[in-house]
Design a protein around this ligand. Sequence first.
Ligand SMILES: CSCC[C@H](NC=O)C(=O)N[C@@H](Cc1ccccc1)C(=O)O
Length: 747
Amino acid sequence: MMFSRRIPLHRLLSRCAVMDSKVLREAAEIAQLYRDQCRFPALCRADVGPVITSRYGGQYCNVYTEWTQRDLERNENVKFCRQYIVFHDDKSVVYSGPSGNCTEIKGELLSVDSPSGDMKAVLRESTIKGEDKQFLEIWHKNRKLKCLNLTTLSKHGKVYEDDQFGCMVWSHSETHLLYVAEKKRPKTESYFQGPETGLLADEEETIKTDKKEETVLGQQFEYYEDWGEALVNKSSPVLCVLDIEGSNITVLEGIPANISPGQAFWAPNDTGLVFVGWWHEPFRLGLKYCANRRSSLFYVDLASGKCEQLSSNSSAVCSPRLSPDLCRIVYMECGVFGPHQQCNRLCMYDWYTKQTSVVVDVVQRAREDGFTGIYSSMLSPRCWSADSQRVLMSCAQRCRKDLLVVDTSTGEVTSLTSQSEEGSWNLLNIHRDLMVVSCSSPNCPPDLRVGFLPEKGSESKMSWVTLEETQPQADISWQTLNFSPPPEEDNSQYPGLDFNAILLKPKEMTAGSKLPLIVMPHGGPHSVLVSEWFLSTAVLCKMGFSVLLVNYRGSLGFGQDNILSLPGNIGTQDVKDVQLAVDSVLKQGDFDKQKIAVVGGSHGGFLACHLIGQYPEFYKACVARNPVTNLASMIGSTDIPDWCMVEAGYEYNTDIHLEPAILEQMLNKSPIKHVSKVKTPVLLMLGEDDKRVPSKQGIEYYRALKALQVPVRLLWYPGNNHSLSKVDAESDGFMNTALWIIQHLSL
Ligand SMILES: CSCC[C@H](NC=O)C(=O)N[C@@H](Cc1ccccc1)C(=O)O
């Protein structure tokens, strides 16, 4: 422990020698700044309702939106909705505005309107006498038609509400509802603690089979594999169909036993269900952030029960979306194993010809027109133009998220936003060509806009109407910086690659003063930091720090070659790229070279720990959230052991035998290898329930630093997983990060 326990940290800090710096140092003021910035909500959903014709002939529709916002007082992320009315003619918005105020949403796990907009289905969780129950409600106009207690009905386990498997979809006829739930598990009892019958074993067996629900003995401690980080207790998903009229639930049969279904929807004419099926043999691996799991598109026919595979047997697929004319399905596809996120192929399956085509292929290097490939991990709930010809998506193109239009007949890709000045764009939904989007940048919180998709060829005429406006923060400036590694750092297998970074600076700089710099490499390593709003970077910048977000080679959004250049080179190529970005920025002359900190989570934590080991004099403070510190000791305990093999430069197979040479390579590429050189004080923040980078990784590093007498502090967050995203953990993590940096940069 670095501090006396009796003196509050902020008092201790304000007693520190004051340097000539403009950084906010008072804990109470920092907390107030954080609290203020938490008041900007983020959009999480939008739906476009049916067209209504007013009595005067005008046409309008409702746009329903859901938002989330951190509520620090209640210590939870609150969800609320707000609706807007949008009057329009065929291709433009005539008038729009909110139709009422915000309403908080409580207890709703899933909700969906029927295609006609007349009905609504809600999955609700409620605690009754201390027990969690799930209810399925069907609403019609202004009344609740049905409420089924799913827990008591006991046809299946809990309903899945996650993005990976979860769905709740009305049939086209609006008579049935489809959802995914955990398969029902047998009721279990001990051999010894059940009701004593005094009967002989075989007599007892006869009685048991007569019981309505069979109870199995001795299976209370059975291990059920799950799908890893953020999907714990999700093991065997099943497709469930509710017949609304008869209140009857059917758990679908006919799906191969080695497949786990999810992301399902109704086939044309409701003849069956289309779904993504993930292979789970010989065992399940973590799915979160891992688009590279063997999976395929399937169709199960409801009449015959026959299940048919619609896409390749050796790829990974996600986000199937049916066209409005019910003729074609687009979906994304990438390779199995290899990097956990990659450049996708956009594929299309024709329902009637049963032909599959590749609409947009993997892009190895940025094209002449600047297109770098498709990286979206999920398409919006609807993504087709009204004429079923074009597909819309938001997608990282280098460090900016753009709205892209793909013509499915030619494969041509056009950007709707690349010419705009703003930062990054998110497509929330599109229906009848009315798009609902959100735009934000590092100095501007997310706004809400609507606009009609222009005719093909007129994409540059895109015009937006803002439904919720946000103001840019006048005290933050930002810019994108591009870097080309010097010849000695070029990757011989993938030569000529570049990378970039986003630099945030406080706008007001006192003449002659130098800025402290916080370096933040992202995690993954195959992810990307785009030019959008981030709470923590905005608050740090408002406090007086400049922040450098580095998209080293290996990031998404720069082409598949860029991604492939990193596996086998982690701990060197990524580390050197970050250091090159920092060194280049320091040449600008605005920064104090003695006041540089590094902050990162997961693989970003791996990089932070590497940087302080490989550049021991350079960084004055380090903060690492759930860092990977030793691949060799992590491979046996993470939910994605394939990550360790692939990133260390090896191929992964489910039946791998670890050789000492492989473990040696893993150790050599890990931050722990350089720990003896570390001088920088380190703050570690660990989630007790992290399945991705088990907390023992951080503890291993903590012990090594302790033994070396390097200042180290460990914060332990019970009930938190890899993301440390519960409101209290995130806000505590932010405050302690800021104060640690202030203390060790002697600000
Ligand atoms: C075996 S742990 C590997 C590190 C981890 N990668 C994948 O999960 C990681 O760095 N996680 C990132 C999260 C992330 C990953 C991919 C895309 C976006 C985010 C982190 O926690 O920051």
